[in-house]
Design a protein around this ligand. Structure first.
Ligand code: GLP
Length: 240
């Protein structure tokens, strides 16, 4: 795993966005997944700025990384809503270019199969940009997740529910399950960019980089990925 440390959140977001754009442009029509949450807000802004200032449209197809089970995509706090707000609507990305887990679907198993079929029909996922949860999760792959799964529905840990509150408007009865692309899918993606910023991520980054490799800290598994770069700001790298 290559590690890039930048002085500020803005610098690390820009470095990751530049890398993403360069990799994406080496493909004709890559399939990508991006994270929602607080970390990728500036990363997404730089993607928007790039496409709007150059008058170009993304050349990628998008598949949703994860979603809260029981939360509609129209609700602020859903992963899908994040992308509607930060990328899809501002860039005019239409539904033929993205697919997303539907947290309200009556048949969750079908949601998993649909995502797997999309990835299969594309011949695999080309680029995954991933945030890192406070417990080291990737997407919603919590500690202990089976590293071979292609997708999964999982009970979320208390710490994930706690940090997740801040994505929603006001107090919320948090959903307890998440739908996610699985570690097997993420580990077999051609290019992986991990992003983390802030002092609150320093402990989990130290475990990810210097602790044992294993699914106790899902992000640590990426140390064995052949093309993974971890982008950090100075604060998140503070305990390395
Ligand atoms: C959330 C999401 C992840 C995200 C991670 C970090 O629970 N399921 O996809 O990358 O946790 O979020 P944040 O960037 O807000 O710290």
């Amino acid at each position: 795993m290559k590690i890039v440390v930048k002085e500020s959140y803005a610098d690390m977001s820009w470095a990751a966005a530049e890398d993403f754009l360069a990799i994406a442009s080496s493909y004709e029509r890559p399939l990508v997944c991006l994270p929602s949450g607080h970390t990728p807000i500036l990363f997404c802004k730089y993607l928007r700025d790039h496409y709007l200032s150059t008058g170009t449209k993304p050349n990628w197809d998008f598949i949703g990384l994860d979603e809260w089970v029981g939360v509609p995509h129209s609700e602020k706090g859903s992963c899908r809503h994040f992308f509607d707000e930060h990328l899809f609507i501002p860039l005019g990305i239409t539904e033929d270019r993205f697919s997303f887990f539907d947290g309200m679907a009556p048949d969750i198993e079908m949601e998993k199969r649909k995502a797997e079929e999309i990835i299969d029909s594309h011949g695999g996922l080309d680029i995954a940009v991933l945030g890192i949860g406070a417990n080291g999760h990737l997407g919603f792959n919590e500690p202990g997740s089976d590293p071979t799964l292609r997708t999964q529905v999982i009970e979320l840990e208390a710490i994930t529910l706690h940090s997740g509150q801040s994505y929603f408007l006001g107090p919320k009865d948090m959903p307890t399950k998440g739908l996610t692309l699985g570690l097997g899918t993420l580990l077999s993606t051609s290019h992986v960019l991990l992003i983390a910023n802030g002092k609150h991520k320093a402990d989990i980054i130290a475990k990810t980089v210097n602790g044992p490799v294993g699914n106790d800290i899902p992000a640590s598994l990426m140390r064995e990925h052949p093309a993974c770069t971890l982008y950090l700001d100075r604060d998140a790298s503070g305990k390395l």
